[in-house]
Design a protein around this ligand. Sequence first.
Ligand SMILES: NC(=O)c1ccc[n+]([C@@H]2O[C@H](COP(=O)([O-])OP(=O)(O)OC[C@H]3O[C@@H](n4cnc5c(N)ncnc54)[C@H](OP(=O)(O)O)[C@@H]3O)[C@@H](O)[C@H]2O)c1
Length: 297
Amino acid sequence: MGFPVHGETPLKFLIYGRTGWIGGLLGSLCRAQQIPFEYGSGRLENRASLQADIAAVKPTHVFNAAGVTGRPNVDWCESHKVDTIRTNVVGTLTLADVCLHNHLLLLNYATGCIFEYDSAHPLASGIGFNEHDSPNFTASFYSKTKAMVEDLLRNYDNVCTLRVRMPISSDLSNPRNFITKITRYEKVVDIPNSMTVLDELLPISIEMAKRNLTGIWNFTNPGVVSHNEILEMYREYVDPDFTWTNFTLEEQAKVIVAPRSNNELDAGKLKKEFPQLLSIKDSLIQYVFKPNQRAQL
Ligand SMILES: NC(=O)c1ccc[n+]([C@@H]2O[C@H](COP(=O)([O-])OP(=O)(O)OC[C@H]3O[C@@H](n4cnc5c(N)ncnc54)[C@H](OP(=O)(O)O)[C@@H]3O)[C@@H](O)[C@H]2O)c1
């Protein structure tokens, strides 16, 4: 569904998340595509500061790549519940509401970590959760609040919710990159999951803004890939000497605070809008592993 807002007005993006991973990448992409943009300086939970940003920047679209994800990981949210609510709930809803008030489309980088495999969507079945499914994973505080916000944002027809999962980029030195994380863990589980290759999908989100798309979107590459499949690719393309050790979900539970979500999202809606979208394994090879391939001897 399109949101008829800016007509023929030249594009101008307002982006929240200047110091963040996704927000930083988004700014670089806008620069490369020569799309005028400014980063918001307001705090999400402060309505007046958002209104001031909009008045100063006069954007055609707003992108929200601001949020708390926790450092070093989402376990932080378990012990910082009010801080998590302030940004991810109060802040995100405030931004959506201010954008609505200003007739602006908001592209919101949300999360797909609000589902877990269940009997109707079993692991390795190829049956993924779609955009109409209600979240079934609330075992971590981060996911619980993100699920609540997604549900509330369904009522805002100016919002495009992008369900990002286990984001991956071609920068293998970035500790936030899922590949970098699992190559550095002492032990890894091995579970197929839907994932988001940012190098392919962030440009698509810019195109979604240009098309004024709204609603909920599974923002992942089609299909699933397991931890071991990624590590095998890593060994093949990057480090032939790389080794790793697996452990079970039960063993993993002993070294983390909150349970983690594992799921497959059905990327059919996104693939229909963008038929060129690559499967997760092809995208990993094209956008991540080939550019990082070790020099052939
Ligand atoms: N990385 C992941 O694994 C992942 C996966 C799925 C979805 N997502 C979602 O994608 C979004 C961006 O993720 P990311 O990995 O790029 O996060 P990130 O690197 O941690 O960056 C978060 C950004 O949000 C800003 N921020 C935090 N609280 C704010 C507030 N109250 N008002 C304004 N700005 C605020 C931070 O700025 P300050 O430093 O100034 O606070 C920072 O620029 C998040 O909502 C996250 O939930 C991420």
